[in-house]
Write a protein that binds this ligand. Structure first.
Ligand code: ATP
Length: 236
C-alpha cells in the first residue's frame, strides 16, 4: 500500500468538512474520487498534500506518517498535487513555471530528462515555452499545471479536476495523458466531475457524500452500479 488514509477528520473553523475518511492507494493504481459539489473531494486532496491539517486521523505514505509534515516536506517525499483551477504563475513563462516545480531537485541531469519527458507528453508546452503562462489558453494552463507537478518526479500525483472547463476534445487528450503518466510508473489519485471518463480510466474508485466515503469498489463495478449510474453517470 503506497498511501493509507485513516479516519481523516478535517475542519474549516468549527465546521467539520470530513467526518472520518478511510481510503488507500496501491502503487501503480489510478484511483478516482467521485462526489457532488461540496462532498469534500478537494478537501481530501489538500489534506493529503499537507495544505490542510486534519483534526483527527492519520495519513501514511510509503510507510511514513505525513499528516504531521508541512506541505513542502510532503512534496519532498514525492507526493505532488496539481491543484484545481490551473493555478499557474501568470507573469512567468511556461519554462519558468516548470522550473518552480523542480524546486526540490538536486540532480540537474534528472531535471533535464524530466523536462524532456514533459515536453513529449505536452508538445504544446514545448512550442510555447517562452510564452507567459497568463496568456495560455485554459487547456494549455491545465497542461502546464500538470507538467509543473510532474517536474517533482512524484511517485504519486494528486489531480484535482484536470478536465474542468475544457472542450470535449481536450478532455479526451488530458485523460489519455493521465493514462500515459500512469503507465510510466506514477500512481494517480484523480478527482473528477467527469465521472464516466474517470471511471473508465481508473482501476478503483471511491464515492463521497457530504464528507464521508459511501462506496468503494473496482472502477468497472462502479460503472455498472445502478445508484452510481443514477447519481453520477446521468442515469441510463
Ligand atoms: P467541488 O466539486 O465543488 O470542488 P468538493 O467535493 O471538492 O467540491 P470541497 O471543496 O472539499 O468539496 O468542500 C467540502 C466542504 O467544505 C463544503 O461544504 C465547502 O463549502 C467547505 N469548504 C471548502 N473550503 C472551505 C473553506 N476554505 N472555508 C470554509 N469551508 C470550506
Amino acid at each position: 500500500m503506497l498511501l493509507d488514509v485513516k479516519n481523516l477528520h478535517v475542519k474549516y473553523g468549527t465546521v467539520e468538512a470530513l467526518h472520518g475518511i478511510n481510503l488507500h492507494v496501491d502503487e501503480g493504481e489510478i484511483v478516482t474520487i467521485l462526489g457532488a459539489n461540496g462532498a469534500g473531494k478537494s478537501t481530501t486532496l489538500m489534506t493529503i498534500s499537507g495544505l490542510l491539517k486534519p483534526s483527527e486521523g492519520e495519513i501514511w505514505f510509503d510507510g511514513k506518517p505525513i499528516h504531521t509534515m508541512p506541505a513542502h516536506k510532503v512534496v519532498e517525499e514525492k507526493l505532488t498535487q496539481s491543484p484545481e483551477g490551473r493555478r499557474v504563475f501568470s507573469t512567468l513563462t511556461v519554462q519558468e513555471n516548470l522550473n518552480l516545480g523542480a524546486f526540490t531537485a538536486k540532480n540537474h541531469k534528472r531535471v533535464e530528462e524530466t523536462r524532456r519527458w514533459i515536453f513529449d507528453l505536452f508538445p504544446r508546452l514545448k512550442e510555447r515555452k517562452s510564452q507567459l503562462a497568463g496568456t495560455l489558453s485554459g487547456g494549455e494552463q491545465q497542461m502546464l499545471a500538470i507538467g509543473r507537478a510532474l517536474m517533482n518526479n512524484p511517485r504519486i500525483l494528486l489531480l484535482d479536476e484536470p478536465s474542468l472547463g475544457l472542450a470535449p476534445i481536450l478532455v479526451k487528450a488530458i485523460f489519455e495523458t493521465v493514462a500515459e503518466i500512469n503507465k510510466s510508473g506514477v500512481t494517480v489519485v484523480l478527482v473528477e466531475q467527469n465521472a464516466k471518463a474517470a471511471l473508465k480510466l481508473a482501476h478503483r474508485g471511491y464515492v463521497m457524500e457530504v464528507g464521508r466515503i459511501v462506496l468503494e469498489d473496482d472502477a468497472d463495478a462502479l460503472l455498472a452500479n445502478p445508484s452510481v449510474r443514477e447519481a453520477y453517470l446521468g442515469g441510463g
